[in-house]
Design a protein around this ligand. Sequence first.
Ligand code: AMP
Ligand code: MG
Length: 332
Amino acid sequence: MTTSVLASDSPAPPRVRLRSPQLRATLRIQQRILMAVRELLAADGFVELMPPTIGPVTDPGARGAKQVDIDYYGHRYKLMTSGILYKQASLLAFDKIFNIAPNVRLEPLETATTHRHLAEFHQIDIEMAGASRTEAMHVAERLIQAAVAAVIEHHGNDLEILDRDPAALGSIVAGPFELLTHRAAVTSLHQLGHEQQGGSELDWVGEELLSREYRQAFFVVDYPKGSRGFYDRESRTEPGVLRNFDLVLPDGYGEVASGGEREFDYARLVMRMRETAENPAKYRWYLDVAREGLPPSAGFGIGLERLTRFVAGLPAVWQASAFPKIPGVVSP
Ligand code: AMP
Ligand code: MG
């Protein structure tokens, strides 16, 4: 990773940052990533929708992050922590959809030093009716490869400004991406001397440790039920195991996307909500849609700033944003 002027621990004032060659190169690369993603998805028949940013409920699955309430004409609304509920519902209109949306999550203060967390970030969010996890993973792999290829093709100068070697970058995503189960990931972490719990989400330290073991992007699949929201579909043949995945970048960059097959059956959704201590009454509009019938689907969300950080080779994710919100840090 580069040790440029941007490698300092906290953002310089906007006037300094916005004029820095490194930030400008990074933002041009980010624009190219968005262009490449939109081009590939449009060619594949996906429809881009403008997602809501506020609503009566949002994704409860954001580990440890606090949701932000707003007063909506006397009703308590939320800023979206992710678009998952709307993505599933949008499949009533189109079989393949995506949106590029801001998410606000007041992440725990300890994430200010992971180099991977912002309190405001953007997701490239994809959902496909009738698709399997394998199909979703395939789209995720192609998107990352297309984004990297487009940057290498058009942004040689910007990569040079950022001291990012295009050949090395290309080889990291050459694929096919390896696949390991959550259980195998936990075993690897134990072998590395890290005390990762078997039945839960990989912790921040474990995720980075595992990422550092790899030279290529890879998938982790089959997370245990307790670790994710009610919308990740539980395996019918292996109860307790979710039909989901994370896409992890190597060299310490860590998770860049999460996804999976979705629960769509009304009764199971209510059951999963109860299991995850969510009150079904809160999710009324969503459950009303589900009761009338949601299509089975699979999808995922890619963190735009994390992908940009990786492509640009930056030490921290906040360096991939013009106006970064580092958890706990007061900033414009
Ligand atoms: P999640 O559904 O929580 O896995 O979020 C989907 C993707 O968004 C993740 O794989 C990350 O790439 C990105 N992401 C999630 N939380 C943050 C955050 N606090 N800051 C930056 N990116 C994030
Ligand atoms: Mg995730």
